[in-house]
Design a protein around this ligand. Structure first.
Ligand code: MG
Length: 314
């Protein structure tokens, strides 16, 4: 089945796509409306973001299953201390009382993004908030790489999976966004459920080999991702067999061979999260379809210097 949104992520002759990771985490608060709006306004219409379900079954855009202490401040302006509450234990109203506009510079996580603008009054958006933004005619070319985050505590709970996928699809369909989103996850069981409930939408398979290190200070999804140790170059075949349209490997896991194999199979290859200059250059040389980055402007700059486009002509 051909999906128009998959083509929006596909590169080509002199064309590599740029995807804004959590909006543009390197320069603006992650998974925030201002970050998404920024990416869209710099001609990066492809947005990656993370969706988790609240206690009142509202899909909200945040990365971790627990409120992430280095990015969440309470009503007194202090970063969270002690045990982080689970997103699934709070209502959307409770979650939106926290401010996610700044990073705790004392934390290892905060130190990773020294250039991020620090803002006040920034709230966790709902999925609906973002759908309403991209519904605007000026962002009619925007496409969503919607990551469904699997709670490792519930990864084996089929009824939770069904409910999670149902809640996300309801909102996409209510806003007629089925043809502008790809359903993206590390959890292959969850993607199977997506294909079951939404055969009209493409699946995007995230992978990370267990031998590569995790990013500092954030939840890893390795626990819900199949273990591909020793099978690196087979992964594209497995993604294809599972019904995938996109393969989204951790950038350190790709080789000339597995990228070529994925392309032969018709998969679109979108690598994450590529922030350093040398890594961006290597991904361009490998000819991936799309580069997911916290610094979409930095990737644009590399492409521009090489005379490579990141979008087809308007
Ligand atoms: Mg993500």
């Amino acid at each position: 089945m051909a999906f128009p949104q998959v083509e929006a992520f596909r590169g080509g002759e002199n064309l590599i796509r740029v995807v804004g990771h959590r909006g543009a985490r390197g320069v603006l608060p992650e998974n925030s409306m201002i970050g998404f709006d920024f990416s869209l306004s710099i001609d990066v219409p492809l947005l990656e973001f993370d969706v988790v379900l609240t206690a009142d079954d509202v899909p909200v855009i945040t990365h971790n299953h627990r409120l992430h202490a280095p990015t969440f401040r309470d009503t007194t302006g202090r970063f969270l201390a002690g045990e982080e509450p689970k997103v699934s234990s709070l209502t959307v109203e409770q979650i939106q009382q926290f401010d996610i506009g700044r990073l705790d510079g004392q934390s290892a996580y905060g130190r990773r993004f020294p250039d991020q603008a620090q803002l006040d009054g920034i709230r966790v958006p709902t999925l609906m908030n973002l759908l309403e933004l991209v519904e605007s005619p000026k962002y009619g070319n925007a496409c969503l790489m919607l990551e469904l985050k699997s709670d490792p505590d519930l990864a084996h709970d089929a009824s939770h999976r069904q409910k999670f996928v149902k809640c996300v699809l309801q909102e996409l369909r209510a806003k007629s966004m089925s043809s502008r989103a790809v359903l993206h996850s590390f959890d292959w069981n969850l993607l199977e459920e997506c294909q079951h409930q939404a055969p009209d939408m493409p699946s995007s398979y995230l992978t990370q080999l267990p031998d590569n290190s995790d990013d500092v200070g954030e939840d890893s999804s390795k626990a819900v991702c199949p273990d591909f140790r020793g099978r690196r170059d087979e992964i594209p075949v497995l993604v294809k067999e599972a019904g995938g349209s996109l393969w989204c490997p951790y950038f350190a896991d790709v080789t000339a061979e597995n990228v070529a194999l994925a392309k032969e199979l018709g998969l679109c290859v979108a690598v994450w999260t590529v922030n350093e200059h040398d890594d961006i250059c290597r991904m361009i040389e490998l000819g991936v379809d799309a580069i997911v980055s916290d610094y979409p402007g930095r990737v644009q700059r590399h492409l521009s210097d090489l005379g490579i486009r990141w979008r087809t002509a308007h």
